[in-house]
Design a protein. Structure first.
Length: 166
């Protein structure tokens, strides 16, 4: 089954921030699921890599002062990524889904789901939404968080079918 485990990003998903690629990834995942004719999207309430909206705004302030996304979280006393994925297991069980073709660039997400007993049969890259406002963010995700992506693989934000206002 085609699927995406997406952590809430109010600023990217609903407010169309161009500081991240979250909203672009959400839209791309929904588009692929629609094209496939079936699939699942788990929308997890884990704003700001699990630090919450208020702390995410604080992290944005530190980023405006020069910190990258990982440094900002750590300066606030958090780990680089505080998210959990075990929440998906009972949902997958309830839906009778035994195998997942997972749309993600995040190797930690694949490892965590696999460790929790989810059969991730394939990882599908989801590279979209590159723009001048998030290039450093995406470089940090690849360099410091190990996300499996290269900027040259990205669809630019101007190539995405949704209109964004920044």
């Amino acid at each position: 089954m085609l699927g995406r485990v997406h952590s809430e990003c109010l600023t990217g998903d609903a407010l169309f921030s161009m500081r991240c690629d979250c909203g672009y990834q959400l839209q791309e995942a929904l588009k692929r699921i629609a094209e496939e004719g079936r699939g699942v999207l788990f929308y997890l309430r884990q704003e700001g890599r699990g630090i919450g909206l208020l702390n995410k705004i604080r992290a944005y302030h530190l980023q405006d002062e020069g910190a990258d996304t990982v440094e900002a979280n750590e300066r606030l006393g958090f780990g680089a990524d505080m998210r959990r994925y075990d929440l998906c297991v009972p949902m997958l069980d309830h839906l009778g889904i035994t195998a997942l073709k997972l749309m993600t660039n995040n190797p930690r997400k694949v490892d965590a789901l696999t460790r929790d007993g989810v059969n991730v049969v394939e990882r599908l890259p989801i590279t979209t939404g590159l723009n001048p406002h998030n290039e450093h963010y995406l470089t940090t995700k690849a360099g410091k968080l190990g996300h499996m992506m290269a900027l040259e693989d990205f669809k630019h934000a101007s190539d995405v079918d949704i209109e964004r206002k920044g």
